[in-house]
Design a protein around this ligand. Structure first.
Ligand SMILES: CC(C)(COP(=O)(O)OP(=O)(O)OC[C@H]1O[C@@H](n2cnc3c(N)ncnc32)[C@H](O)[C@@H]1OP(=O)(O)O)[C@@H](O)C(=O)NCCC(=O)NCCS
Length: 377
């Protein structure tokens, strides 16, 4: 009889050490390498925060210029890779992104990192992650990425590539805030998947591809598109309460609500709600009314549950994906690219976690609790 402790979904299990990020679910705080993520998202660029994760400190002006230049250069796709990506058009965008990244790593000859200088693997990680805006642009437009004049950074290149024209400063800032807030988030499912694959000594392309596959699920990164579908289905403010009640009565989960770690408001959701309020787009009123209706009904549901079970149950609050949907729609990103946009952010976190795993590796090999029959002696 196996008497080891079993925790469904590894809830509460500490599976690695990291200096990259910390989610304080009770206080509703996200820390990125020693800094408050909300402060970073409101004041810094992606390249600054990426450098912070990579090097452990924020860059000075010359470090930033060199890093920005490096990411921009690594982000250019050679013609043969553009052609390879074009062949993947027409399939679901995040699946195409995953397949493109995997194929590029293989085409470049990336090998298992084990028994090779670790710095080579770290350079391969940066090279792959920097490609995200260009991969999404080719998949979306079917042509090679256009040159973006004016020293565009990662966020501007991404939005420019998707919308086809130079975006406004406000829209770049909105996307940049989002991309920083979602860049890394403790040992979430996709980051764990990337680290598990890296722990086997596999090539870094395989490790990052594992992250993309894991992100695709609606319980993780796939919720913002369905959030817009939900707002479409509700249609007007007066229908929100009845719609939400009907969904919950039918046992359907409300996308954009609930979180494994946060016991209070998700700080990323609060920040993105502020961005959405500043945007003041046509969705904002319906989104606010829907959020309030959902929170009220989810609280009622949890209170009933607590009374029935005679113990406190986890509150269900709004999560990052609800306000992400409103913000990304306003800047002109089509909903079928929401998961790819999340991927263009979280890929940076996966890359840094893979590098961290490689630097101090131990093969992940947990135990399972056998529930089958034992053979007769
Ligand atoms: C994010 C999420 C997967 C976290 O879930 P978790 O920690 O594994 O918690 P569980 O899935 O065990 O849910 C606990 C209970 O709360 C309920 N619950 C959780 N989120 C809910 C939601 N969004 N709507 C309705 N009920 C919800 C579950 O139905 C479950 O009740 P049950 O035991 O009666 O089935 C979950 O909240 C969810 O599915 N949210 C919707 C998808 C989403 O927004 N994903 C993006 C996350 S950033």
């Amino acid at each position: 009889m196996n008497t080891q402790t079993f925790s469904a979904g590894l809830e509460g299990v500490v599976a690695c050490r990291t200096r990259l990020s910390h989610v304080d679910g009770a206080a509703g705080k996200l820390v990125l390498a020693g800094h408050n993520a909300v402060v970073l998202a409101e004041n810094n660029t992606i390249e600054e925060v990426w450098f912070l994760l990579h090097e452990g400190h924020l860059p000075d002006a010359s470090e930033l210029a060199a890093f920005k230049d490096k990411i921009e250069t690594l982000g250019r796709l050679p013609a043969d890779e553009v052609n390879l990506i074009k062949k993947l058009r027409g399939i679901e965008p995040l699946s195409a992104f995953r397949t493109a990244l995997s194929a590029i790593a293989n085409k470049r000859g990336y090998q298992p990192w084990l028994n090779r200088p670790k710095r080579e693997a770290v350079e391969e990680i940066l090279a792959l992650c920097a490609l995200a805006p260009s991969i999404v642009e080719v998949l979306h437009t079917g042509r090679r990425p256009r040159l973006k004049n004016g020293n565009a950074g990662y966020a501007e290149r991404y939005l420019w590539g998707v919308t086809g024209s130079k975006p406004s400063v406000e829209n770049v800032r909105a996307v940049e805030t989002y991309l920083i807030l979602t860049m890394d988030h403790g040992l979430n499912a996709s980051t764990f998947a990337s680290r598990v694959t890296a722990s086997t000594g596999a090539d870094v392309g395989a490790a990052i591809t594992s992250g993309i596959g894991t992100l695709s699920g609606p319980l993780h990164g796939g919720a913002p598109g369905p959030v817009l579908d939900m707002l479409d289905a509700i249609g007007s403010n007066d229908k929100a309460d009845a719609w939400v009640r009907a969904q919950l009565a039918a046992g359907v989960r409300l996308m954009g609500f609930g979180h494994r770690i946060y016991r209070t408001d998700d700080p990323r959701a609060i920040t993105l709600k502020r961005v959405a309020e500043r945007q003041n787009g046509p969705r904002i009123e319906l989104a606010k009314v829907t959020e309030q209706a959902a929170l009220a009904v989810l609280t009622e549901k949890q209170n009933l549950r607590a009374a029935a079970e005679g113990k406190a149950v986890r509150p269900l609050r709004v999560n990052v994906e609800f306000w992400t949907a409103v913000v990304l729609e306003h800047v002109g990103i089509p909903r079928e690219l929401f998961s790819s946009t999340f991927c263009a952010s979280r890929i940076i976190g996966w890359g840094e976690h893979v590098a961290e795993q490689i630097a101090d590796n131990k093969l992940f090999r947990p135990l399972s609790l056998y529930t089958g029959e034992m053979p007769a002696e």
